[in-house]
Design a protein around this ligand. Structure first.
Ligand code: ZN
Length: 325
């Protein structure tokens, strides 16, 4: 049906066929000179035609239309990487980065970023992610170094998994992961990665505890990541002293459980002097939880003091000395 008399659709069929014929001509020889100009002209004519027959489209609230278009496009390619320029073409705006931010922060869509490409991880938004991105957005505006802001974010999300994208976003640089390693190795914050636990994937991190007592032994940095991972994996991510793994510890209400590498034959301060073959020999290394490792160290020091005639080591006097059997 062509539309009743006086309808806005009067004549649309003729107009569309005429445009189709113009398109057909270009299709016959797309390499002809001026083909592009011709297509632009046809495109403009089509827009005019649409407005004439269907009326002007009601303008979406500022940015909403573009944001919706970006979301719909990402959803149609959930799990796949999409170039920023493609989002610009889809939405007709160049400010796609800002719309992505809104989708994350305000709506909770989990969108990863990698060098100007974007990937929607799940088609549906999630409240937890919205909360995290909201926190990240808040901390991102604060003054201070990238490392300061990353630490604030980790503390705000203590016990929860955060992603490299969120850290980069908070830091306003692409070096979020490096700053995390510095916080862990130089300041001893117990930050887990896929090295330490089986359930994290590369690019995911978790601050176990912000409590001063839970800081890592600074000498943990002596053991390279690859070696730590090998030892933890060999020991099934289970403390070889108390036999707890993270699941058991969590069930028992201990959310501050994390793993450290323990050197079986050397004391902490002796590690500095060990030749690297002996230091890094997995046969000398065993997985302990932080709690057992601290206790083991204290026990060792106590035994040694006792062997030396019960003289407390300077600076260690606060360690309770119990009588040995
Ligand atoms: Zn333990």
């Amino acid at each position: 049906m062509e539309g009743s008399p006086g309808s806005p659709l009067d004549g649309i069929s003729e107009d569309l066929r005429r445009i189709a014929a113009l398109l057909g001509a270009v299709a016959d020889d797309p390499s002809a000179e001026g083909a592009r100009d011709e297509l632009e002209s046809i495109s403009a004519e089509l827009r005019v035609l649409i407005t004439r027959h269907f009326g002007a489209r009601r303008r979406a609230a500022h940015g909403q239309g573009a944001r919706g278009a970006i979301l719909a496009h990402l959803q149609s390619k959930t799990g796949q990487w999409v170039e920023g320029q493609e989002l610009a073409a889809i939405s007709g705006i160049q400010e796609w980065a800002r719309r992505i931010r809104e989708l994350r922060v305000e709506s909770g869509y989990d969108i990863e970023e990698d060098g100007g490409r974007y990937r929607l991880v799940r088609a549906e938004p999630n409240a937890d992610a919205a909360g995290k991105w909201g926190t990240a957005n808040d901390i991102r505006r604060r003054p201070g170094s990238a490392r300061d802001r990353i630490l604030q974010f980790l503390i705000a999300e203590v016990g929860h998994v955060v992603t490299r994208d969120q850290l980069d976003y908070v830091a306003k640089i692409k070096e979020g992961s490096r700053r995390v390693r510095e916080l862990r190795d130089e300041e001893g914050w117990p930050i887990e990665s896929h090295i330490d636990v089986a359930f994290l994937t590369p690019g995911q991190y978790r601050l176990v505890s912000a409590d001063e007592q839970d800081r890592r032994d600074p000498r943990q940095r002596k053991f390279p990541e690859e070696l730590r991972h090998r030892v933890f994996e060999r020991d099934a991510f289970t403390c070889q002293s108390c036999r707890r793994d993270r699941a058991i510890a969590l069930t028992a209400g201990d959310s501050r459980y994390y793993l450290e590498v323990h050197h079986i034959s050397a004391m902490a301060e002796q590690l500095d002097a060990l030749p690297s073959e002996e230091l890094n020999d997995p046969g000398n290394l065993v997985t302990l939880c932080h709690r057992c490792h601290s206790r083991e160290t204290a026990d060792f020091q106590r035994r040694r003091r006792s062997e030396r005639g019960g003289q407390p080591i300077t600076g260690q006097a606060e360690t309770p000395v119990e009588p040995d059997d």
